[in-house]
Design a protein around this ligand. Sequence first.
Ligand SMILES: [Mg+2]
Length: 381
Amino acid sequence: MKIVKVETLCLSRPHELERQWATHTFRVVKADCAIVVITTDEGLQGIGEACAYGVPSLIREWVDWLSPLLIDRDPRDPGIVMHPNGRSARYDCAVAGIDCALWDLRGKIEGRPVSHLLKPNAQHRVKLYASSGCRYDWRTNPNQVIEETLSYLDDGYEACKVRLGTHWAWDGVTTDRFIGLMRDLSSAVDGRMELMVDGNQRLTEDQALEIARELDRLGFAWFEEPIPQADIDGYARLNTAVDIPISGGEQFTTVEQFRPYLEKRAYDIVQPDMGWCGLTEGMRIAEMADHYDIDVVPHNWHNGLMTMANAHYVAALPRPRICELCMIQGPLQWDILADKPFIKHGWLEIPDKPGLGVSLSKNLEERFPYIEGHYAVSVER
Ligand SMILES: [Mg+2]
């Protein structure tokens, strides 16, 4: 069997005005998607979604450039496996899309789900957490984050992650005010859901420590990326100072990048994304994290095909925990798939089918033509 074609579908869908979401100092105006499709001479196709943060059109350029290394090769040949370099998000996302597509193809060749190729006794279903809390505005209605979280509880989700809202300086928001909102959120949820906060690297160490202590007291499940990623020692100090796990690493694509964070115990949970690092490297990262007794909970944003890769990954982890699910991507998220996986009460069933277990809808490029340009515009007040 030989690979005869490697291509990248670049897709977009503009958000309706009411669906646009604003956080910190930017407003997201469209949903993007990049899908790598690898075709063999026997007509089998492997599909893998690359993280759109690598920019779909630039991911396609890299995939095209790398394709001579794949054409005419057997998809089962271990020699064709590519590795992320940890330096270029665009290159790494292209490699990740190719890697996920190759795993899907190998699963189809062997007639087994990817999760079973990664680990023979992988879980058959994966718990999801609702990831959002992205659109609340401190000026108009900060309580929107509570209303939104309760709506996910109504949908059966048992865990939800929220963020910091619009730029604090615009409205004189302090850590005290944020802590007050998290207390209100916690009492509204009243123990019926696990709660997490993603700081998106926006806080100082002092602010982060103050908030972490309160989240700890309130029983939040983790505190993600509170401070700038490069501050390893700051992360290590925070992680030592509180019981609540400090998490991060969504932009890291190699086990080497995780090394200082693991050695210094800077994170209690690491969050690689299979659309960004690929399943091959993702499994190496998971093995090393397990060696340090650190949990893996993948970052998972964007669309349904990447959710499938991350779900198969969670199912095959040494200690499967939970998978992120973006709640605000709009119709593109699942419309790219002809056969959406079964999701109920916040659990995703791993399809009992070969590969990633899903297929692409028809005419995607006509239905969702790619829109050049950044997915967000910056907002000033
Ligand atoms: Mg995050």
